[in-house]
Design a protein around this ligand. Structure first.
Ligand code: GTP
Ligand code: GTP
Ligand code: MG
Ligand code: MG
Lengths: 261, 290
């Protein structure tokens, strides 16, 4: 009987580990449900949903700055989110503050034109904090319900770039009368590195929520369970494709079902 | 780090004799945890640990090392071996144009790496041309053209919307004046059959000297799924791991190497055009172990 139990435990651990939940959080979750005396799939499902529902994502109003590592999907997500909010009847304004990468301006400009989103795109080489400042001071921004701001990708290990981002967010907070929200965009295929990424980003710019992209592949994105358990970081939306409509609000039940499938 | 954890688990006394089975079990438990934390695929870890078990049990402990140091040495050597042992250079076409085709998932760093690789080839005395076959991402062709220009690399993006026709056209054009061509392709999911078929058709049209899978080094357990599918379709001759300047442990390196048997030849260590380095299996092994 005990060997059967051992086998089930291994099976559950394997499911979690393969989903990128990570060894530490996997052990904690398995221990928690074993201690409650019931090591089975249903208990596991409930525990995962509970972990992911504990912290509420922020409501998006006013400036929302999207930040995150290189290539995670920030620019595409700004476009999708702008589209989603517009269709909900909100007035959206987009600020493009990636003034570093080749053709970043052209990429966001093309998206905004395609989706008919009101926008102000900084040109390559401009100071990103100034672009955000100018954008937020504009009439269009003041009249919008939500102002989405795209930033250049950067790795948390680059202190200078993190300081640049800290300045961008500080300038935004100073020139806006009201709350500003920072959301972090993570690639759904990211493994345990996500923990360090979110920890450091939190130190510099305090993101209040995550958008996890590229979950239309085979990656499960289970690292968000570790991020919820260890850092209390909630998920707001999921990116599930490259099209304008491929952004869905985060639903813990649906997400957990896909991990356990 | 792992070395400290092993010292703690296995004690600090320098042994005389062999590694006991108890030592090995304790040590490998720590190694398994380290590899999982480093994002090595769970199934690859299981397999690796059982291989290690065979090598460790009864192995002679060098009297100059503690049991912990001995386990680390065996693990590091085995890992370095599995990662390819030593650096493998790019293939060059026996005659005529060398064609390098960059493939991979969305956002992995293909466009950036296309220019970096061309820069490396230029440094080797070659005359490279880069070209974008990404006709779907907004601004993709511009991104390659701008980045290439900044790096002093020639770029020719064929007009039109047919990827296969464009690939054929630029490959023919490159023969006049260049000895190598680096092709950037659109990011795609390994489970998107239509786009994977398209890539297959490009490969059959241009006969690349090397098809290179560009993979984000912070990829977790999914790395094997991606690599396996690309490899099954003969779309991986070698691998480039990007964004290693992120301090990620990079366990995906071991996962993809195990699954495809293909060598990792280069790593991306930054956004600028010169941030491409040769892949050193021994350095990667130490990084993975943490
Ligand atoms: N399949 C899929 N692809 C996505 C998703 N979100 C973004 N992408 C793709 O990922 C790639 C990178 O997206 P970007 O929006 O340029 O990413 P970014 O974070 O702005 O990149 P940088 O600004 O260079 O750091 C593009 O090819 C997008 O189409 C998603 O949810 N699913
Ligand atoms: N820090 C760092 N950033 C990198 C590296 N390689 C690429 N990048 C960045 O990662 C982001 C994505 O790079 P791209 O070259 O656009 O990726 P891609 O694979 O062509 O993306 P798609 O065409 O959308 O699939 C950009 O912001 C690059 O500057 C690297 O080695 N280190
Ligand atoms: Mg961007
Ligand atoms: Mg590209």
């Amino acid at each position: 009987k005990s060997s059967q139990g051992g086998n089930l435990q291994e099976q559950l651990e394997e499911v979690l580990l393969l989903a990128d939940v990570g060894p530490k959080t996997t052990t904690e979750i398995i221990e928690k449900i074993s201690a409650a005396g019931q090591l089975d799939m249903e208990m596991l499902r409930d525990q995962l949903v509970a972990t992911l529902s504990r912290h509420q994502p922020p409501i998006l109003k006013g400036p929302v700055i999207l930040v995150g590592p290189n290539g995670s999907g920030k620019t595409t997500t700004v476009a999708k989110l702008g589209h989603l909010l517009s269709r909900q009847g909100k007035k959206v304004f987009v600020i493009g503050a990636d003034t570093f990468r080749a053709a970043a301006d052209s990429q966001l400009e093309k998206w905004c034109k395609r989706l008919e989103l009101n926008h102000f795109i900084g040109s390559r080489g401009a100071d990103p904090a100034s672009v955000v400042y100018d954008g937020l001071q504009s009439t269009a921004a003041r009249q919008a319900d939500v102002v989405l701001c795209d930033t250049a990708g950067r790795l948390q290990s680059n202190v200078n770039l993190m300081r640049e981002l800290e300045k961008i967010v500080r300038v935004a907070r100073k020139c806006w009368d009201g709350n500003i929200t920072v959301l972090m965009v993570l690639d759904g295929g990211t493994g345990q590195s996500a923990l360090e990424q979110v920890k450091i980003y939190r130190q510099f710019v305090c993101p209040e929520g995550l958008i996890v992209t590229k979950l239309d592949g085979t990656a499960k994105g289970g690292v968000v369970v570790a991020l919820a358990a260890e850092l209390g970081m909630p998920v707001c939306y999921l990116g599930v494709g490259e099209g304008a409509d491929d952004l869905v609000p985060f639903d813990p039940e649906i997400f957990v079902n896909s991990i356990l499938k | 780090n792992l070395s400290e954890k092993l010292q703690k688990a296995l004690g600090l006394f320098r042994n005389r004799g062999r590694l006991s089975e108890a030592d090995v079990k304790k040590g490998l438990r720590e190694v398994k945890l380290a590899l999982l934390e480093a994002d090595v695929n769970y199934l690859v870890v299981k397999d690796f640990i059982s291989r290690l078990e065979q090598r460790c049990v009864g192995s002679d402990v060098l009297t100059s090392l503690t049991p912990g140091q001995q386990v680390i040495k065996i693990v590091r050597d085995e890992l370095t071996d599995l990662l390819g042992g030593q650096w493998q250079s790019l293939s060059i076409a026996e005659r005529g144009l060398s064609v390098y085709m960059m493939v991979g998932l969305q956002g992995s760093g293909k466009t950036t790496t296309t220019v970096k690789l061309a820069g490396y080839l230029a440094g080797q005395g070659k005359k490279p041309l880069v070209s974008s076959l990404d006709y779907q991402r907004p601004g993709a062709r511009e991104q390659l053209a701008q980045f290439a220009q900044g790096a002093g690399i020639d770029c020719h993006n064929p007009e039109g919307e047919d990827v296969i026709a464009g690939a054929k056209q630029v490959t023919a054009a490159a023969r006049a004046g260049y000895d190598c061509l680096v092709l950037d392709t659109a990011g795609r999911l390994h489970v998107d059959d239509e786009l994977m078929d398209e890539l297959d058709q490009v490969r059959q049209a241009v006969h690349p000297t090397e098809a290179i899978l560009v993979l984000d080094s912070m990829t977790g357990q999914d790395a094997v799924n991606v690599a396996e599918v690309f490899a099954k379709r003969s779309l991986v001759d070698s691998i480039i791991l990007t964004k290693l300047d992120s301090d990620t442990r990079g366990g995906a390196a071991l996962s993809v190497r195990s699954i495809t048997g293909c060598p990792v030849k280069f790593i991306g260590t930054g956004e600028k055009q010169d941030k491409l380095e040769k892949f050193h299996p021994d350095r990667m092994a130490s990084q993975i172990l943490g």
